[in-house]
Design a protein around this ligand. Sequence first.
Ligand SMILES: *Cc1c(COP(=O)(O)O)cnc(C)c1O
Length: 390
Amino acid sequence: MRAALAAATEDTIVYDLTGIGRQYAALRAELPDAEVRFAMKACPVDEVLGHLARLGSGFDAAGPQEIVQALRTGVAPGLIHYGNTVKSDRNIADAYRLGVRDFATDSREDVAAIAEHAPGSAVFCRLATTGDGALWGLSHKFGCSPEDALRVLLDARDAGLVPSGLSVHVGSQQMTPEAWGEAIGTIAATLEALHRHGVVPERINLGGGLPALGVLDRHGRPLEPPLDKMFTVIREGMERLRAINPAPLSFLLEPGRHLVADHGAIRAHAARLTSRHRADGTREDWLYLSCGKFNGLYEMDQLRYRLEFPTRPGEPLVDAVVAGPTCDSDDAYAQQGGSVRVPRTIASGDPVWVHSCGAYAVAYTTQGFNGFAPLPYTCVGGPAPDGESA
Ligand SMILES: *Cc1c(COP(=O)(O)O)cnc(C)c1O
C-alpha cells in the first residue's frame, strides 16, 4: 500500500486487496458461524468484489444494478441478498429474473409486491434499531416495530413466501457493543412472538455497522472502537437466540465499512496552504487538498482521516483547516474542535496521503462537481499465482 502511494505521480485511490482479504479472514475467525454478505455500496469496485467473492463472501445488494455487478464476480445468485427495503415492482421483478431469492423488507406493502413479483422467495423483516452509539444511525428510514414485523412475516407466510428471518442494522461506524446487545434483545422478543403464531425463522441477519479502526472523530481524536467486546456480545447474542429458537438458526452479517475502510488510501496533492483573517480579525490557515467531499472524502463532515505528508517529514507544523477543492463550503472538515497539524512549508503539488478512506469513497463520488473529476483507482496485492493471498 505505501509503495503504491509512493509510486503514484498522479492522484489515485489505492485499494489493498491483501489487506481486505486479511480483514475478511479475521472477521470469519471471530464469527465463524456467520456468513458474510458484503454491503456493496461501501466499495463497488470490481476487483475488490472479485477478491471477496473468491474468498467465499456473498453480497448485500441494494437493487438490480448492484446485483448485476455482484454476478459479474461469478458468485452464485443464492449468495446475493437484496438488502434494501425500498424497491419498486420492477426492481423486484428484475432481481427475481437475475436469480435472487432473498429479500429484506419492513412493510406489508413491500411483502405483497415481493409475493407478486418474486413468488416463493425468502424474506427477512428488518427491525428498527435506535442507531444510538453509531456515527450514522439508520433508524429513521429503515426497519419496523416488533409488532409490525409479526404482521409482515405472517403476511409473507400467507402469501406463499418463506418467512425466513429477521434482520437489523445497528447504524454505521457503531462504537458501542451495547447496540448489538439491544438489537439482539429486540430480535429475541420478536422471535418469541413469531413462535406463538407458529412461525419459526431459520436465519438472522445481523447487518452491518462494524467500525473502521483507523479513522478519527470530527475533533481529530482517534475513535478506538472496542471491537473485541463487540464480537463477544455478538457471539453471546447468537447463542442466546439459538437457545430460544426451536429450529436451527443460521446467521448472516452485512459488513461494509469494516472490511474496506482501513485498506483504501488516497494519494492526493496539496492545492495550497493559505493564511487569512476572518471578518472578526482571527487568523486561520487553510490547507486545500486536490480531493474532498465530492471525490473520495464524502464523510469528512463526520470523520477525519489521518493525513501523511511523505515529502515533508519532520518539518515545523502549523494548524490548518483541511478542505477539498470545490466551491462548496461543506467540502471541508468540520471546524469545531480545532484543526490539523500540517507542514508549514508544504507547497502546491506536494503529495498528501489520506489514510483509512477505503469505505464509501467511490460510491459517493460525483460525476465531477465543479469539474473535479472522480479519482482513478488502483488495486494492489490480492491472490498470488498459487491462489494464496500475497
Ligand atoms: C449500508 C448497509 C450495510 C453496511 O453498513 P456498514 O455500516 O458499512 O457496515 C449493511 N446492510 C445494509 C442493508 C446497508 O444498507
